[in-house]
Ligand binder design. Structure first.
Ligand code: SF4
Ligand code: SF4
Length: 758
């Protein structure tokens, strides 16, 4: 197949297939699956047609439970129906999942696998939600990458209609759902050719119909429930072969091979890992790097997790394996082992085979990083003199001592990739600009592209770090960039808050948005940052993007300027071509907002390169000293947990510092003063009409209106300006608008809303 290459994320890939292969989608938003419903809705509004020649009927319900109930009703009515969800949303669907599976109704639930709320809520990715549904009767098929999401979503839709068993197709939340990759998109005509139309019409005939009434959803007593429950067995026994058949057909169509379990690595491997989900990409990369060093290692990737086909598993696993480690991205407290571990152990018993040495580990909970160094530690554990039989990897468990030590900095990423990291502020446009940059490069060059965007759950106002890779082969590095060729810092305040150059490679490029002259750098940049620039022989560039943006009328929107600088410095595309594509993208993105907006953005691009300055690095920076200013003394909790988390060092904290029940002290927001606003509003007392709208609109509660009597104001400094409060009831009071500059994010909402602004 020579399908169209597109640079898209996992959610878009899943939606492409779900939309094409369904007649109805019922939706309810929950991170990180929300874009699936939004995209489907947008395509339906635009009139896109599915393989049935119809527009998908998209219905938003009142909850995830409602969405699952509507799937059930729609299926019973004979419409091919899908839905999308994650985490607690999936748990709310469980009662209906039992009904859908129990009544052998074909459907696909696309799930962006996510943590469940336990000691704390987390919106990030692991497989705890999916594992809580493995007993419902849904088949479970898992994708490890954005390309696999496209291919295996199709397998799920093809297999469900033929098997009558509903499918849960899952992929890791954020790491796959939100990762942007350049992938091959399967055409709807090709999907239609593989679709079992006889099974489709047979399904339609099973629908409720007043012309041929039947009774469903009955109550059964002890005499017959058990037998009835067993009557569905043959469907589950037939499902693996049906899935395998469609995997083969999709493999033939795409040229990418899929089996129920796939093996990569040395055919005579002695140490083998079994895993599923996005971690398989990084494990495969590590296996390749270790094999190149002569180590006999391999990986079994689970594709079809339920029904678990024991024979297919042992077909994939090399007989030479003398040690097998099973990795689970979930935690089942109190169990003998996590679900995949116990399945593999049971498979040996089922097959009557003596097991080799078997180990089980947990990794990657809540999108915790899973790097080649950690993976190497997993393989090393299998040959250690005292291996850990059950372990965790990626954290420091200094309480129960289950964690594997990760001593070695093992690199597995192939040579030649370009790696770029961008520091931005949530909602400042940095992530959007990088998404656009990666699409421009992916769609207009031969290069493969990967974009991953790390941000915390504060979203607007939180820090964002964009990780972009470009290379000549598909990129399997499903972990953050730890050795960057290019680092851009879009917010100058970050130099005094974060270690922004951590991991930049020697001779790399550093771009800083700031208004500082070369002399001012001495004052503004912490000593250790200057020393890193000097010692690593970095090429250091600055641009005053705020000034350019303000000059062309874009206010604080600096993304076009920083994007232009990136294209110039990263050199992935010839700069003239990049600028031309960027301008076309501006036209496409802002065309509907009017010529004026388009002109301002184009003007920003045109004014950038003349203002991009390369800084000569003084020799004295080699002796520069002084680091990020220390935080004020605080409580034990703040110093041991909050401050490291704020400095993005939370990954280094050991288990022992955390309360086991997730209970934390209160009154700690006062220690989270970041001071990241590039410009802060100023209250002009003579203009103010005291409407308080600025305080009401501020999303960060940074504006406090104050009423005070003369007595209360005694002793206030001269700079604490007040004016008489307006209104009879406030006679005798003074009024003031107080802006807390350390809480302000510089969004400008207060200025926009102020009716008295000049
Ligand atoms: S710019 Fe205004 S609205 Fe925005 S965070 Fe600052 S004070 Fe609040
Ligand atoms: S919105 Fe403007 S006029 Fe209203 S209280 Fe704030 S500064 Fe004064």
């Amino acid at each position: 197949m020579n399908g169209k290459m597109q640079t898209i994320d996992g959610n878009t890939a899943a939606c492409h297939v779900a939309y094409g292969m369904s007649e109805v989608a019922t939706i309810y938003p929950i991170t990180p699956s929300s874009p699936l419903g939004e995209i489907a809705d947008a395509w339906a509004v635009a009139g896109r047609k599915n393989i049935f020649g119809e527009t998908l009927n998209v219905k938003q319900m009142q909850s995830e439970a409602g969405a699952a109930g509507a799937v059930h009703g729609s299926l019973v009515g004979g419409a091919v129906t899908c839905t999308f969800t994650a985490s607690q949303g999936l748990l709310l669907k469980i009662p209906n999942m039992y009904k859908i599976a129990g009544e052998l109704l074909p459907s696909v639930f696309h799930v962006t696998a996510r943590s469940l709320s336990a000691h704390a809520l987390s919106i990030f990715g692991d497989q705890a939600d999916v594992m809580a549904t493995r007993q419902t009767g849904f088949a479970q098929i898992v994708s490890s990458s954005v390309q696999e999401v496209m291919d295996l979503a199709l397998v799920a839709h093809l297999a469900t209609i033929e098997s009558s068993v509903p499918f849960l197709h899952f992929f890791d939340g954020f790491r796959t759902s939100h990762e942007i990759q350049k992938i091959e998109v399967i055409d709807y005509d090709d999907m239609a050719k593989l679709f079992n139309w006889d099974a489709y019409w047979a399904f339609k005939k099973r629908a409720i119909n007043p012309e041929r009434p039947d009774t469903r959803g009955t109550a059964q007593n002890p005499d017959i429930y058990f037998q009835s429950r067993e009557a569905c067995n043959k469907y589950y026994l037939a499902t693996p072969a049906i899935v395998a058949k469609y995997m083969e057909q999709v493999s033939t169509l795409t040229g990418r091979t899929y089996n129920l379990f796939d093996y990569v690595g040395d055919p005579q491997a002695e140490r083998v890992v079994v895993a599923m989900g996005s971690g398989c990409e990084a494990i495969e990369e590590t296996v390749n790097a270790m094999s190149a060093q002569g180590e006999k290692v391999g990986l079994v990737k689970v594709r079809l997790y339920r029904p678990f086909d024991v024979d297919a598993f042992f077909t994939a696993l090399p007989a030479s394996a003398s040690a097998v480690t099973i990795l689970d991205r979930t935690k089942e407290p109190g169990s003998v082992g996590e679900p995949l571990y116990t399945d593999v152990c049971a498979a040996y018993i089922d097959k009557g085979m003596a097991p080799p040495k078997i180990y089980g580990g947990r990794y990657g909970l809540s999108s915790k990083e899973f790097t080649p160094s950690m993976i190497k530690a997993v393989y090393d554990n299998m040959t250690a003199s005292e291996p850990k039989k059950r372990f965790t990897v990626g954290i420091n468990d200094d309480v129960t001592h289950m964690s594997l030590p990760v001593a070695e900095d093992f690199k597995a990423e192939p040579e030649g990739n370009i790696r770029a990291k961008f520091w931005g502020l949530g909602s400042d446009g940095t992530v959007g600009a990088n998404q656009s940059a990666i699409k421009i490069i992916g769609d207009n060059t031969e290069k493969y592209a990967q974009g991953y965007f790390a941000y915390d759950s504060k979203k607007s106002g939180g820090i964002t770090i964009s990780h972009l890779r470009f290379g000549d082969v598909p990129i399997k590095s499903t972990y953050l960039i730890n050795e960057a060729d290019f680092v851009a810092c879009h917010n100058p305040t970050y130099v005094n808050i974060y270690d922004i150059l951590e991991g930049i490679r020697e001779g790399g490029t550093f771009l800083l948005n700031c208004p500082w002259s070369a002399e001012e750098m001495e004052e503004q940049l912490p000593g250790d940052l200057r020393k890193t620039i000097h010692d690593k022989k970095l090429k250091f560039f600055t641009v005053d993007a705020i000034k350019i943006a303000q000059d062309v009328g874009l206010g604080g929107r600096i993304n076009m300027i920083m994007q232009t600088c990136f294209f110039k410095l990263a050199n992935v595309l010839p700069i003239e071509e990049a600028i031309d594509l960027l301008k076309k993208d501006i036209q496409k993105t802002f065309g509907k907002k009017g010529d004026h907006i388009v002109a301002m953005n184009i003007s920003a691009v045109d004014n950038t390169l003349d203002n991009l300055i390369e800084v000569d690095i003084p020799e004295s920076w080699g002796q520069a000293a002084g680091s990020i200013p220390p935080k004020p003394e605080a409580t034990d909790y703040v110093e041991k947990i909050m401050y490291p988390v704020q400095a993005l060092k939370g990954d280094d904290l050991p288990v022992s510092v955390f309360p086991p029940d997730g209970v934390f002290p209160t009154s700690t927001a006062r220690y989270e003063k970041r001071g990241v606003a590039v410009s802060v509003p100023e209250w002009i007392s003579s203009e103010c009409i005291q409407c308080n709208q600025c305080s009401f609109i501020c999303p960060h509660s940074a504006i406090i209106p104050i009423l005070a009597t003369d007595d209360e104001l005694k002793g206030a400094p001269d700079t604490f300006e007040t004016v008489p409060a307006v209104g009879k009831a406030l006679k005798g009071y003074q009024f003031r608008i107080q802006v807390n500059a350390l809480d302000c994010q510089g969004c400008g909402n207060c200025v926009d809303i102020c009716p008295a602004k000049n």
